[in-house]
Design a protein around this ligand. Structure first.
Ligand code: PMP
Length: 444
């Protein structure tokens, strides 16, 4: 398998840039929060796959929901005026639970095409409003909004741009709220004020609010290294956008579905965005699905149909009945103990990671609920990053793997945690113990 993989399978990151081929890690099976590889080696999944398997692995009721739907109706297009019961019910259940008037749902295959879809809808919205010149989009450094061409452009991680001719000229960025090394200081008020100032300055640079279509933010920046904004940051940015009539998109692809505690992080942030993008935990990773939740206020403008042409946007697998059936079952699980277990396990994870602050390599500990990170440095006082040759990435990932732990080791010295919400106390403790061992081995 390792040889076939090397010859034929392209991995999004490691297959390019002349990386030394270290061999793929092939998984065989999984149950709960525990993975088993081809050699029978067991590992705790500290990252829920790619921040998605919130319910954990091997849930019979999810498998049964998918199998039952496949038997009854494996496919129904959501493109034309046709549909299926699970897709309609899931849309309705999501609208019931989403904050405010996010009442309208457009299903996609994952998070990237959900983000792409918002760009299409937003451009159309401004056409309908008679302001097509509002065609500029703003997002944030260290933000991640997908790997599709438009999503990668809104993403501000250099690897997603270099060599691809993106971002486009209509995609702009403001600095992150990253608090551990923020030039504005580390108090919440200073960070919020500097983000607001950066937003206003960027809007002016673009040509004023009448040129700006929308602003994108993650409630917690995930792939940028789990960067948690100060309390009140999302609300301040949301209110500033509302005052400028700029649409506000909360990208909850990672933070949705209990990752930070509630079903949606926006609820905790006390905001109602104009759009919300979701994926990952929506189906707990068992089958692909994402969605755009659109506010009624925006929907009514588009539905009135003053746009240039009838809107033509959708995918063969939009509103897929099997994915929707899985989504409905996963939603039932969240509300029958899974969210609650995630909150309990998240408190244990955060408390445990806090105890690592005394480790000589740990510069910062941050997170909310079951979404957390530690940032490694060689000099805590000066916050000096690890030298490139010792930085995480494949090396720490390998060390963790050998000790029976899967975590995300970002290249900049950040270790990310997003375990399944079903984790037991013992599994959280295993994640913490193994992390300490990996850090000690890194010191040597
Ligand atoms: N938005 C955010 C905030 C994400 O974290 C991700 C994926 N990590 C995406 C969008 C893209 O989702 P997908 O990989 O399902 O296309």
């Amino acid at each position: 398998l390792i040889e076939l993989d090397r010859r034929h399978l392209i991995h999004p990151v490691s297959s390019y840039r002349g990386h030394e081929y270290l061999g793929v890690r092939v998984l065989k099976s999984a149950k709960g929060a525990v993975l088993t590889d081809m050699d029978g080696h067991e590992l705790v999944d500290g990252f829920a796959g790619l921040w998605c398997v919130n319910a954990g692995y091997g849930h019979e009721s999810i498998v049964e929901a998918a199998a039952q739907q496949m038997r009854e109706l494996p496919y129904a297009t959501g493109y034309f005026d046709m549909g299926s019961e699970p897709a309609i019910r899931l849309a309705s259940e999501l609208a019931d639970r989403a904050p405010g008037d996010l009442d309208h749902v457009f299903f996609t295959l994952g998070g990237s095409d959900a983000v792409d879809s918002t760009v299409r809808f937003i451009r159309y919205y401004w056409h309908c409003k008679g302001q097509p010149q509002r065609d500029q989009f703003i997002s944030i450094e260290q933000g991640y909004h997908g790997s599709s061409t438009v999503g990668a452009g809104l993403t501000a991680l250099p690897g997603f741009h270099a060599g691809f001719g993106i971002p486009y000229s209509w995609q702009h960025k403001i600095p992150s709220h990253y608090s551990y090394r923020n030039p504005a200081g580390d108090t919440p008020e200073a960070i919020i004020q500097s983000s607001l100032a950066a937003l206003y300055a960027k809007v002016e640079e673009i040509g004023g609010p009448e040129r700006v279509a929308a602003f994108y933010a993650e409630p917690i920046q995930g792939s940028g290294g789990v960067l948690v904004p100060p309390k009140g940051w999302m609300k301040a940015m949301r209110d500033a956008c509302a005052a400028l009539d700029i649409l506000f998109i909360a990208d909850e692809v990672i933070t949705g579905f209990g990752r930070t505690g509630p079903l949606f992080a926006s609820t905790e942030d006390g905001i109602v965005p104009d759009f919300m993008t979701i994926a990952k935990g929506l189906t707990s990773g068992y089958v692909p699905m994402g969605a755009v939740l659109m506010s009624d206020r925006v929907y009514q403008v588009m539905a009135d149909g003053a746009g240039p042409v009838a809107i033509g946007h959708g995918y063969t697998y939009s509103a897929h009945p099997v994915s929707a059936a899985v989504g409905l079952e996963v939603l039932r699980l969240y509300e029958n103990g899974l969210l609650e277990n995630g909150r309990r396990a998240g408190a244990r994870l955060m408390a445990g990671l806090e105890t690592l602050r005394d480790h000589p390599l740990v510069g910062d500990v941050r997170g909310r609920g079951m979404l957390a990170a530690i940032e490694l440095v060689v000099n805590k006082k000066k916050k000096t990053p690890l030298p490139a040759e010792a930085a995480p990435g494949r090396r720490i990932f390998d060390r963790a793997w050998k000790s029976g732990l899967v975590i995300r080791a970002f290249a900049n010295g950040v270790l990310g945690y997003a375990p399944p919400l079903c984790c037991t106390d013992a599994e959280i403790d295993m994640i913490l113990d193994r992390t300490r061992k990996v850090l000690d081995a890194t010191l040597e």
